[in-house]
Every structure is written in C-alpha cells, then in structure tokens.
Design a protein around this ligand. Structure first.
Ligand SMILES: [Fe+2]
Length: 505
C-alpha cells in the first residue's frame, strides 16, 4: 500500500469516523433490573450475569481424575466479562470489557488467575462505573466513539501468542500486549507508525514459517486491510482492498499458497445510526462473496459468488492441488445469533429458540469452475468454535473438534463436544450434564507423540454456580474427562482461548 492511501485511512480512523459521533437517539443501554428478574426464572442466564471484579483468583478442586504430568503450560481464555458497570448494563453480549482467564498446569495441579484487559476504554469506564462510549451493540451515555477506533476497544475477543508476545485481540482496533505471568496489560501493540491504530481482527492465521497473516476491516474509509507479520514480529507487508460497502468479516483463512476471505452480504451503508451493529444491514438478496488471493501477489484476486450465508468462524483450510481449496466452517443461515440472540440473553428475554441454524460444513472452492460446494452435517445440530490440531495446519486435517447443541436444550449454550474424523466420516462425542454450558475447547498436542492430543476447555454449571475445567484424551473423547476440576465461582461465558506450552513442556 502506498503511503498516501495509508495516511488517508489513518486520518479517517483517528477522527473517530469508524462510528458516528453526533447522535440524537435515546441511549439504548441494557437493563440490569429486567435481567436480574429473568435470572430468577432462567438460572442458566448466570453465564451472562458478568463479574464486577477487575481481578479474580479462584480455587480449583479436582473432582475426578488427575492432571497429566506432561501437560504443562498456560491455558488462557478471553471474553466479555464486566456486563454491568455501576447501574449500567451492556445491551449486547459482545460489548463488555474483556477479561483474561488463565489456567496454569504444572506438577499435576491447576491454578487460576483472571484479570481485566486494561484497554483505555475499559480502565476509564470501570473507574467511572458507567458505560460512556458507543460500542458494538450498546450506546454509552456520551454517544461518542472516544476519538478513535481504539476509543471503543474492549480487547474482549481472543488471544494469540506470537513472536514472544501474548496479544488480546478485538474486532476493530489495536491488539493489547498481555504479560502472561502477571496478566497485566502492557500497552497497545503496533507494528509500524503507519499501521498504528488500524483495525486488526481477532482471528489471525499462523503460516507454516511461523509468520502471521491477519485481516482488518474499516467502515469509513471502506476497506479491508491485510497484514503479514514475520515469525519474529516484523511487519513484512500490508495491503488494502478498497470496498464500496464494507462487509463485517470476523474470520478468514490461509492455505499454503492462498488467502481466502469470505464476505457475507452483511454490509455497512455507513449511515448515522446508533451502534456499530446498526451500521450494518443483512442483504439476503445479495450473494456471499468469496475472495481468493494469491499470497505471492496480493493483487491477484479471484472472486466467486455464492448464495447468501453468514459465518463467524472457519476451521483449517488447505490447498487441494493448484485449483481447489478445502476448509471447514460453521455456516449460519444469517447473522441472527449476533443481531437478535446476543441482545436477548443480555436482557434475559431469550426464549429458547435460536434465530438462525448453524451447521458444521466441509467445503470446497473450485477455482477453475468458480464454484463452492458445501457438504452440510445437520445431524450435529447447532455448532460453533471449530478447532483443528495445529500440527495439521494448512494440510488436509483429519480431525475437527466443535461445540454442538443437538437441539433438545432449552438454554442458550452448547452441551455436546463433537470430534469428527474427516478421514472416516465417523464422529465421537461427549455430552455434559443438562445444567452445564460448554465454552470453546482446544486441541492440545501431546508432547512426544505425533498423533495424540488432549482436548481442554471450560464449562459453566449454572445450577451449581461453578465453572469447571476438563481435560479429555482426544482418542477417547466419549469416555469423558480424564480430569475435571471445579472452581469456587461462576465465570462469565467467554469466547476464544490459546495454550502456551511451558518451556521444555
Ligand atoms: Fe471469534
């Protein structure tokens, strides 16, 4: 990208134009009273109550099994946590200040520490005890974006450990550097003066050589931004793809040779409206666009159109010869989860029916015929948070792990772990109890064994009021956890995590 384009983009963002600043509408905040009343009737809403603490130290009691002695390191999770500030409540599940929850495995034991991601916004609003700024789906009292994209940054979506730094990521602003030992936030991450403050998405992809690709999207100016950062943390390349109407794009994929961007027809018309989500409109009459970009020449782009669908997350992607790409995704019919359900759990009105189906899909892009084929697996029910084994990154992966909700539950959450063997078509699964809601689980390679892995993740038991942490043997998922530990508190349901192997572990 040339310097002028960059400067123009930066100027747009720094004046806060990513969100409108002069709004007349009544402030739509959440409602603590309605939520607490609903919580009495629907105790599973505990997962969306939130914490008022900025730091948490919970006791973990092992209730079954033991921590494997060769499992050593930090399992870290991020997610919106402080759903209430003073008398205010965020209206949307994605809005609250992020909190990192760290579970440390060492010497057959596991310990916990949680701490607020100290973005400028989170520190200001937590101290003030009020929701001040515009957010993803909530209007703060001041109806202002805070002066820049980072003025709204809650750092609450995901984490990545790259080039020796642990980064807390958000959708539309800068990553924040987190000290993995103290969980203290050590400032915003910037790779260059030119890219400082530009949107940097929550789902970077790590290449075979350890370099990291990422995507950001900007509403005003309307553009997609690609980043390529070396394994040692140097900015190698940036590339801007101008848009006429910016699509909301939460995740993307890379293969050994390509970058794949899927742009659903949920686009910003950039009108003066209320919150970020209100800038976007679902256009079911428009196609989902698939952009396939040559890594070696970012200006070489193939474009394929497909019937409209929405997607938050992809699994692994890989080249099949030179003209096909295979990948997994959780395909949603439309963005109803985000535009309806994620509001309804925050005011407690969610009534037990998902707004949109989300299905596990094995997909193929054919670049010669310019077609996309989708092999849907409706038998698993609602699915999300698809994971693969990092050792199979960018190759035709054998396993896909996901959370599922077969459809019988009346709570807003997942209660089944499913591991699909893509080679055989078989799946193994494990159901947690009816009073538990699963959070994202990760595949953790077992040291010294090329194929074996653990599955690690958390769940909230809303009846007990406790979050638990479980370890499963990946080859024997249906046998249940080989270790389960319960905390003496209920953590807010979060989003994404990562695992940092202990040195020598
Ligand atoms: Fe995500």
């Amino acid at each position: 990208m040339d310097r002028r384009t960059f400067s123009k983009m930066l100027a747009g963002l720094m004046t806060g134009s990513a969100l409108p600043t002069h709004l007349q509408a009544k402030t739509p905040l959440g409602d603590q009273v309605s939520f607490l009343k609903a919580l009495e009737e629907k105790p599973w809403l505990l997962g969306y109550l939130g914490t008022r603490e900025t730091e948490l130290h919970a006791n973990l009691h092992i209730v079954s099994g033991r921590v494997p002695s060769d499992l050593r390191g930090h399992f870290l999770r991020n997610g919106p946590a402080q759903h209430n500030l003073g008398p205010d409540r965020f209206a949307h599940w994605f809005d609250a200040p992020g909190m990192v929850q760290r579970f440390t495995f060492a010497d057959n034991k596991v310990t916990h520490h949680g701490r607020l991601v100290e973005t400028a916004r989170n520190v200001t609003e937590t101290k003030a005890g009020r929701i001040q700024f515009l957010g993803f789906g909530t209007h703060g009292h001041d109806l202002t974006s805070g002066g820049s994209a980072d003025g709204q940054n809650t750092g609450n979506i995901s984490l990545i450990n790259h080039a020796g730094e642990l980064l807390a990521l958000w959708e539309g602003g800068s990553p924040h550097i987190i000290n993995p030992e103290t969980l203290k936030t050590e400032g915003r991450k910037s790779w260059s003066a030119e890219t400082q403050g530009l949107p940097f998405g929550a789902h970077p992809r790590v290449d075979k050589d350890g370099s990291m690709w990422n995507l950001g999207y900007s509403v005003n100016p309307a553009a997609l931004i690609l980043y390529h950062i070396s394994a040692d943390g140097q900015l190698l390349q940036t590339h801007v793809i101008p848009q006429t109407a910016t699509p909301m794009i939460h995740d993307f994929m890379i293969t050994a040779t390509k970058i794949v961007i899927v742009a659903p027809p949920y686009t910003s018309s950039n009108t003066t409206d209320k919150s970020f989500i209100d800038l976007f409109e679902w256009r079911s009459d428009k196609p989902t666009q698939v952009l396939v970009i040559d890594k070696a020449d970012l200006t070489n782009v193939s474009q394929i159109e497909f019937d409209p669908f929405w997607v938050f997350h992809f699994g692994n992607a890989y080249d099949i010869g030179t003209s096909e790409i295979g990948f997994d995704l959780a395909l949603h019919d439309d963005p109803g989860f985000m535009t309806k359900d994620a509001f309804a759990v925050m005011d407690g009105s969610w009534d037990g029916a998902a707004s949109a189906a989300s299905r596990y899909v094995q997909a193929r892009i054919n670049l010669k015929s310019k077609t996309v084929s989708l092999d849907k697996a409706p038998e698993f029910g609602q699915v999300e948070f698809i994971q693969t084994d990092d050792r199979e990154n960018l190759s035709s992966h054998r396993h896909a792990l996901m959370l599922a909700q077969p459809g019988s539950a009346s709570v807003f959450g997942f209660n089944r772990l499913v591991l699909v063997d893509r080679n055989t078509g078989n799946a193994s699964s494990f159901d947690v109890s009816e009073t538990e809601m699963l959070e994202e689980h990760l595949i953790i390679p077992k040291p010294g064994n090329e194929r074996a892995f653990w599955i690690i993740g958390t769940a909230l038991d809303w009846q007990k009021g406790k979050t638990s942490l479980s370890i499963y043997d990946g080859m024997h998922l249906s046998d249940g956890p080989i270790m389960k530990a319960e905390m003496d508190l209920a953590l807010p349901l979060g989003l994404h995590g990562t695992f940092i192997q202990a040195a020598g572990g």
